[in-house]
Write a protein that binds this ligand. Sequence first.
Ligand code: DQQ
Length: 544
Amino acid sequence: VKVKQVYRTSYHFQPKKHWINDPNAPMYYKGYYHFFCQYNPKGAVWGNIVWAHSVSTDMINWKWLKPALTPSKWFDKYGCWSGSATILPGDKPVILYTGVIKENPEPGYQVQNYAIPTNYSDPYLQNWVKPNINNPILNPTQENVSSFRDPSTAWFINGYWKMLVGSRHNDRGIAYMYKSKDFVKWTRAKHPFHDKPGTGMWECPDFYPLSSPGVRNGLETYTLGKDHTKYVFKVSLDETRYDYYTIGEYDVVNERYHPDNITVDGWAGLRYDYGNLYASKTFFDPVKKRRILWGWCNESSTTEEDIAKGWAGIELIPRMVWLDPSGKQLLQWPIHELETLRGQKKNIRNMKLNKGDSMEIKGITAAQVDVDVSFTFSSLSKAEAYDRNWDKFPREDVAKDICGIKGATAQGGVGPFGILALASKNLEEYTPVFFRVFKTHVKTYKVLMCSDATLSSKNMNEYKPSFGGFVDVDLADKRLSLRSLIDHSVVESFGEGGKTVITSRVYPKLAVAGDAHLHVFNNGTETIVVEKLHAWSMKRALMN
Ligand code: DQQ
């Protein structure tokens, strides 16, 4: 049966068909951005894992190359799992990756390997070798043979290369540090670089330096530990399937990481995305001097549906990441190259939304659009009360739960207001992305941002969560902004200039292609003004 491909994205990274997951080894080499990812060349479910490989000059339009790493040696016979690139002196990229050498114990017996290009003068780096000598470069210890994976990008300090590998010991999540003088003989540091009880397996650790608060320029990974004050440490928690980061300090002498007190490890910590993003990885772009984050966004449809459509998994739009002026969190913003796909534009200024109003934004392709809007209001006096009891629960659960319980329709004071993405003609289906402002008993304000898939589709089989995250914003100017990248089955939203990001996957039955609509709405008693709205129909990217 030929399946109508209404859910394929038009500008998010995807292969022509089959399954993808984690981003691997993003890097820049001789004029091209390289992107690798976990890929099943045989189907739309996880398995037979190889490294897909694409190149691009703008990280938006991609050319598909043959897989860079496929199982070919005893040390990666059952899969080439996630890893990272390090650019060695002399502009020589090397890949560190996890090889699975036995199927048991589940999910597989894991070692770390390295691979190098066969021809450094090929800017596409189409061929890679895994030298028999020195591979595997790392073996697990007895206790972590099946929980020992995802080597990070390495950095160089005091005569040693250092890198991290994700692991666990019982329920304690661990990032082990390894060091080497020559990049082939590695030894484990005395203590874990960082660990935390009760968090389970740490996948895909990422560690990188930050510029001063508010400075958008990124820093080279290999300069880690030199002159920088702040760092980001990120792990993907296998148990929750979300990516968490802290901002902290790197104690070079004792080879340990210490998160700042203002940020928390694990479950209650900060997230790159309060929706669907996992196994992310950053790299430094030497051309534009920025740090870029790649994250995997899996499907929320059933395995049967994935098999029927022949593909599963997308990568989110690469995001620039830098430290917020407060120093307390990161800011994220889609790379500006995305704007080259902007076509037909619609502008709106100073449009009032009274309680219950919903206004359609016409004249754009609502299934494939980039919308950027700022909302203002004149008073906070009507803000709903924030229940103190909510603070007894983890912050991320509170946000998600309030979004789920109140949705976009339960009337509020200041908010809910925002957009209705991928809405059907008569609003039988829609995905609202919106804000709700609360007033605490001490008269401070809490801003909640939600992306709610509950009513996104009449299809009852899909996973339709209501996602939420708080936005740490000072409402002095009574303004909140929202940018959403809407692309057929994904709604990727940046609240308040990238302070809080939430991505949802949705599969409308009615609101597809030309039948999708975009609205702005307000269901609060306080009048909201759409101060400025820009919506651009997006062109299709050249995609693999
Ligand atoms: N995916 C890879 C592993 C990694 C996991 C296997 C995270 O290396 O830990 O495809 O999604």
